[in-house]
Design a protein around this ligand. Structure first.
Ligand code: FES
Length: 109
C-alpha cells in the first residue's frame, strides 16, 4: 500500500537545493526548484551511486558531484550521452509542507 507522508516543510529546503530524507530502505533527496516545484529522487547516482543531494541543481536537472553526470529529476534518467536511471518518487506540496508517496508495508496482524 502506498501512502502520502509529510517529510519536511517547503521553506526548510533551500531554493535550488535539497534536503535528504532517510527512510528505512533508502535515502531520498527532495529538491526545490526556483519556482518551488519539488522533485524526489533516490540519493544515488545511476553511475556509481554518488550523492545526488550534494549536486548542483539547474532547471529540472541535477549534476552529480562525483563525475558530473546530469540527471533529469522528473524521470530519474541520466541525460545523454550518459545512460542510466535512478528511482524518482511522487512528491507534492500542500499547505507549505512536502509530502512523499511511499510504499508502506502493512503491519502484521
Ligand atoms: S557517481 Fe554520479 S557521475 Fe559518477
Amino acid at each position: 500500500m502506498s501512502k502520502w507522508i509529510e517529510v519536511v516543510e517547503l521553506n526548510k529546503i533551500p531554493v535550488l537545493g535539497s534536503r535528504l530524507i532517510k527512510t528505512r530502505d533508502m535515502d531520498i533527496a527532495v529538491f526545490r526548484g526556483s519556482d518551488d516545484q519539488v522533485f524526489a529522487i533516490r540519493d544515488a547516482c545511476p553511475h556509481k551511486g554518488g550523492p545526488l543531494s550534494q549536486g548542483i541543481m539547474h532547471g529540472t536537472s541535477v549534476t552529480c558531484p562525483l563525475h558530473n553526470w546530469k540527471i533529469d529529476l522528473t524521470s530519474g534518467n541520466a541525460l545523454a550521452p550518459d545512460n542510466g536511471c535512478s528511482n524518482v518518487f511522487p512528491v507534492k506540496v500542500e499547505g507549505g509542507k512536502v509530502y512523499l508517496q511511499l510504499v508502506i508495508e502493512e503491519a502484521p496482524a
